[in-house]
Design a protein around this ligand. Structure first.
Ligand code: NAD
Length: 429
């Protein structure tokens, strides 16, 4: 089939390359000229494992092309997918400006027999409204890929959700994804939109739940890792999303929980579980900064080194990352903040000094704070690094190290190691 994908961010670019790999002829469209020029030069504007070679392979096979010309691309397509951004606006209300523009751009050039698919995460009722406006069936096909393993997730999804109003549309989307083995869940459009928000809010709740328990473990001298292992072994609970730490970030969980709360408020339906998950998450950065204060007394004039700026490993994305809130809090308290991340794209706080490597970032530090679980940080040689710190304080916001390992290290190199929901290791003072 001939396919157009509108919006070439993490979702759109991965989807375009994945559909080309499945054998379709795909044109990726974006309004960002620089992005299209980069892609046409053979560069990839985002970093996502396996994506660059997949794009290169399919461009070479002439199954994948990029343009800013939506009219030309869409007017020749059998299927048009919209994967533009739907960021949170004020009050948690999703900002649908990008989507509205995309739909307007398509209005005059949609072939009568083409299938329009909304992949962006949108408030319940949005796809129905677009269908009414365009007087045709429009599908909502929510995306569940995870940044960091987006290409893998495209080819191996847990399920494909199809929210549509006709068997014709469902059949065409089955053809689109032919080659991918996954259960197809067909529903009405509103339920499909609801599935996406409900899934993300549930995962956010799981993270906040274990973080809440981690705080209690700290007060009771228990170890949240053992607790998570113990409850995760129950197959009704499962181990995923039970890692206590700095909290969730990224472009989905914070905005989708806020969107769900907004939808609840609009309809007079309170969602106290989701509210609590959000409140717990918003307090995580302060909790880490308090650990630094606890170890150092005041933070004024102190040099704090952040290891990890992205909201999770294997991505270059810092949108709503805990590192942003942590940096703001540290700067407010008068600390100097230095940071290193292996992949982060431009960090939004200028006062944070970005360093080229771990060693430069931690040199003369009063405390090192680990905020992203990059593999590189799991294998740091602390025997070499501790002597170049001013104070041997490590605040591990991702519980990267075993306590036993840090206790052993602390015998030869006095240190203070504070992690999340686990007893402190203190051989320093
Ligand atoms: P993104 O912000 O990375 O990319 C959006 C792209 O759309 C940008 O390149 C932008 O220039 C382009 N764009 C904006 N308006 C356009 C228009 N009118 N025509 C063509 N292009 C336009 O977004 P993303 O992270 O890929 O997310 C896209 C959607 O998918 C969002 O609704 C998001 O909630 C959802 N989603 C994201 C993820 C994820 O992990 N990022 C996962 C599942 C679902």
């Amino acid at each position: 089939m001939i396919v157009t994908v509108l919006g070439l961010g993490y979702v759109g670019l991965t989807t375009a390359a994945g559909l080309a790999e499945l054998g379709h002829y795909v044109v990726g469209v974006d309004i960002d000229n620089d992005k299209i020029e980069m892609l046409n030069r053979g560069d990839v504007p985002i970093w996502e494992p396996e994506l660059a070679p997949l794009i290169a392979k399919n461009r070479q096979a002439q199954r994948l092309a990029f343009t800013t010309d939506v009219q030309k691309a869409a007017s020749q397509s059998d299927v048009i997918l919209v994967a533009v951004g739907t960021p949170a606006g004020p009050d948690g209300k999703p900002d649908l400006t990008q989507l509205e523009r995309a739909v307007s751009d398509l209005t005059s050039c949609l072939p009568s027999d083409a299938l329009l698919i909304i992949k962006s995460t949108v408030p319940v009722g949005t796809t129905d409204q677009i269908a009414t406006r365009l007087r045709r069936d429009v599908v909502h096909n929510p995306e569940f890929l995870r940044q960091g393993s987006a290409v893998h997730d495209f080819f191996h999804p847990d399920r494909i959700v199809i929210g549509c109003g006709s068997e014709w549309a469902a059949e065409r989307i089955r053809r689109l994804y032919q080659g991918i083995t996954a259960p197809m869940i067909v529903s009405d459009r509103r339920s499909a939109e609801m599935i996406k928000y409900t899934a993300n809010a549930f995962l956010a709740m799981k993270i906040s739940y274990i973080n809440m328990i981690a705080d209690l473990c700290e007060s009771l001298d228990a170890n949240v890792e053992d607790v998570a292992r113990g409850i995760g072994a129950d197959h009704r609970i499962g181990h995923a999303f039970l890692q206590a730490g700095a909290g969730y970030g990224g472009s989905c969980f914070p905005k989708d929980t806020h969107a769900l709360l907004y939808l609840g408020a609009q309809t007079g339906c309170s969602l106290p579980l989701v509210e609590s998950a959000d409140r717990i998450n918003q307090l995580r950065p302060q909790r880490l900064v308090t650990k630094a204060e606890h170890a150092l007394g005041t933070l004024r004039g102190k040099h704090i080194s952040l290891l990890g700026l992205t909201y999770k490993p294997q991505t270059d994305d810092v949108r709503s990352a805990p590192s942003i809130a942590v940096s703001r809090l540290l700067l407010e308290q008068g600390a100097n903040v230095h940071a290193y991340d292996p992949r982060a794209r431009r960090f939004p706080i200028e006062q944070v000094e970005i360093c080229p490597d771990v060693e430069t970032a931690v040199h003369d530090a009063d405390a090192v704070m680990i905020l992203t679980e990059w593999d590189e940080f799991r294998h740091l040689d602390w025997r070499r690094l501790l002597p170049i710190l001013r104070c041997p304080v490590i605040i591990d916001g991702r519980n990267l190290y075993r306590l036993e390992e840090m206790r052993k290290l602390g015998v030869a190199y006095p240190l203070r190691y504070l992690s999340v929901g686990r007893p402190e290791v203190n051989t320093w003072r």
